[in-house]
Design a protein around this ligand. Structure first.
Ligand SMILES: Cc1cc2nc3c(=O)[nH]c(=O)nc-3n(C[C@H](O)[C@H](O)[C@H](O)COP(=O)(O)O)c2cc1C
Length: 399
C-alpha cells in the first residue's frame, strides 16, 4: 500500500510554468512547423507555387529521401564544448556553410520580400542571391541591406543586350558574384500552377476573390503596399510558363558561359549543374563555383538527386572550383551531411520562403536561427570540432 497525502498548493505551483513567449513563430521548432504556419497564412495558389515542383514531383521527393537515408558516423568523447561553424565562400568568410538561394516573385509570399531575406542574410553572415525574376530591384535591395553579401542570379535571355545590361547594373550596385542558372532552357511543367490557374500578378478570378476571405491579411498587404512587379523585367500579365518561354534562350551553350566570363570580372557561379562532365565544362569555361542543383525539382522531373550527384561533381572539379548543393535542404543536419560529402555550402530555397510566408522577416530569421542551431548541434553530436574537419567518412547513404 502506498501512503497518500493531500496535495499542497505550494508544490503544485512550482510545476506550473507560463508557456514560452514569442508567439507561433518562436514555438516553431522545425522548418516543417513553419511550413504548416505558411500553408494557413497565404492563398493556396501562392503556397502551391512555392511548395510545388515539376511533373509528378518525383525529383523533389527523392531529394528529401536522399537526406533521410543519411547515416552519420559520430565520434564520442571529443571536446565539443565550442564548435566552429564558419567557412569561406568565394574567398570571403561566412558564419555558416549555407546561403539563401535565388527565388522569383518573393514579394508574392510576403510583402516584405527580398529585402527581408537580405537583412536576415546579413545578420546571419551568409550570402543571398537575388533572382532575375525578383520583385525588388538590385538598387533597392542594395539600399535595404547594404551589409549583406549580395549575389545576383542571371538567366540567359534571348535578348542578350538585356542580359548584359543586368550584368552592368549588378556591377554598378556592388553585387559580389553572378550566379548563372543553366537548367531552364524552357519552363518546367508545374502542374499545381496549371491546375490553380496561377498567374503573375495574381488574377482576381471568382475563386481568388473567394480565397481572399480566408486569407484577408495577405490580400490587404498585396493591395496596400508597393505593387507587385518584376524589378528586372517589363511587366507581365500571363502565366509563368509563358513568361519563361518568351524570354529564355533555349539555344544557349557553354560558349555563353565563356562570353559572360569575359563580361564579368568578379566571381562566377554556375547553378543547375547535375553531372561531373557538365561541371568540368563550365569550370573550363571560367566558372569559380558550381551549384549541384535540379532547381528544387522544378525543372526536369526525375533529374539526378543532388546529394547523390554531389560526389561525382566534387571528384570532377572539386580541386578547381567550389561546389555547392541545393534541393531539399530542410535542416542543419542536411547541411552538415552535404558538407561532409564535399559541398562547400548548401543553399536553401523553400526553407526560407516558408519562414517568409509564415511571418515576413521574423519568419526568415526563425529559419536562419533553426538552421544555425542545428548545424551547431549536429557538429557537437558528431564529435566534430569544426565545419572544416567534416570528411566523407562521417556519412553513409543507406541503400
Ligand atoms: C518559389 C521558387 C522560386 C524559384 N525561383 C528561382 C529563380 O528565379 N532562379 C533560380 O535560379 N532558381 C529559382 N528557384 C530554385 C532555387 O534557387 C533552388 O534551386 C531551390 O529552391 C532549391 O531547392 P529547395 O527549395 O528544396 O531548397 C526557385 C525555387 C522556388 C521554390
Amino acid at each position: 500500500m502506498v501512503a497518500r497525502r493531500m496535495p499542497r498548493w505550494s508544490e503544485f505551483a512550482q510545476l506550473v510554468r507560463p508557456r514560452a513567449g514569442g508567439g507561433r513563430l518562436a514555438r516553431a521548432v522545425t522548418i516543417g512547423d513553419l511550413r504548416e504556419i505558411a500553408r494557413r497564412r497565404v492563398p493556396r495558389a501562392v503556397f502551391d507555387y512555392t511548395d510545388g515542383a515539376a511533373g509528378a514531383e518525383i525529383s523533389l521527393r527523392r531529394s528529401r529521401e536522399a537526406f533521410e537515408r543519411v547515416e552519420f558516423r559520430p565520434s564520442v568523447l571529443r571536446d565539443v564544448s565550442v564548435v566552429d561553424t564558419t567557412t569561406t565562400l568565394l574567398g570571403r568568410p561566412a558564419s555558416l556553410p549555407f546561403g539563401f538561394a535565388p527565388t522569383g516573385f518573393t514579394r508574392l509570399m510576403h510583402t516584405e520580400g527580398e529585402a527581408a531575406v537580405a537583412r536576415v542574410a546579413a545578420r546571419a553572415g551568409v550570402p543571398y542571391a537575388l533572382s532575375t525574376m525578383g520583385t525588388t530591384s538590385m538598387e533597392a535591395l542594395a539600399e535595404a541591406a547594404p551589409d549583406a553579401r549580395r549575389w545576383f542570379q542571371l538567366y540567359l535571355w534571348r535578348d542578350r543586350e538585356a542580359s548584359r545590361a543586368l550584368v552592368q547594373r549588378a556591377r554598378a550596385c556592388g553585387y559580389e558574384a553572378l550566379v548563372l542558372t543553366v537548367d531552364v532552357p524552357v519552363a518546367g511543367p508545374r502542374l499545381r500552377d496549371v491546375r490553380n490557374g496561377f498567374s503573375i500578378p495574381p488574377a482576381l478570378t471568382l475563386r481568388t476573390v473567394a480565397n481572399a476571405a480566408v486569407h484577408p491579411r495577405w490580400w490587404v498587404d498585396l493591395l496596400t503596399t508597393e505593387p507587385l512587379t518584376f524589378a528586372s523585367l517589363q511587366s507581365w500579365g500571363g502565366t509563368i510558363a509563358e513568361l519563361v518561354d518568351r524570354l529564355f534562350e533555349p539555344s544557349a551553350t557553354v560558349s555563353d558561359v565563356r562570353a559572360l566570363r569575359e563580361d564579368w570580372s568578379g566571381p562566377l557561379v554556375v547553378k543547375g549543374v547535375q553531372t561531373g562532365v557538365d561541371a568540368r565544362a563550365v569550370v573550363d569555361a571560367g566558372a569559380d563555383a558550381v551549384v549541384v542543383s535540379n532547381h528544387g525539382g522544378r525543372q526536369l522531373d526525375r533529374a539526378p538527386t543532388p546529394l547523390e550527384a554531389l560526389p561525382d561533381v566534387v571528384a570532377s572539379v572539386g580541386d578547381r572550383a567550389e561546389v555547392y548543393l541545393d534541393g531539399g535542404v530542410m535542416d542543419g543536419a542536411d547541411v552538415v551531411a552535404a558538407v561532409a560529402l564535399g559541398a562547400r555550402a548548401c543553399f536553401v530555397g523553400r526553407a526560407y520562403l516558408y519562414g517568409l510566408m509564415a511571418g515576413g522577416e521574423r519568419g526568415v530569421q526563425r529559419v536562419a536561427d533553426i538552421l544555425a542551431r542545428d548545424v551547431t548541434r549536429t557538429l557537437q553530436l558528431l564529435g566534430v570540432g569544426s565545419v572544416a574537419e567534416l570528411t566523407p567518412d562521417r556519412v553513409r547513404l543507406r541503400p
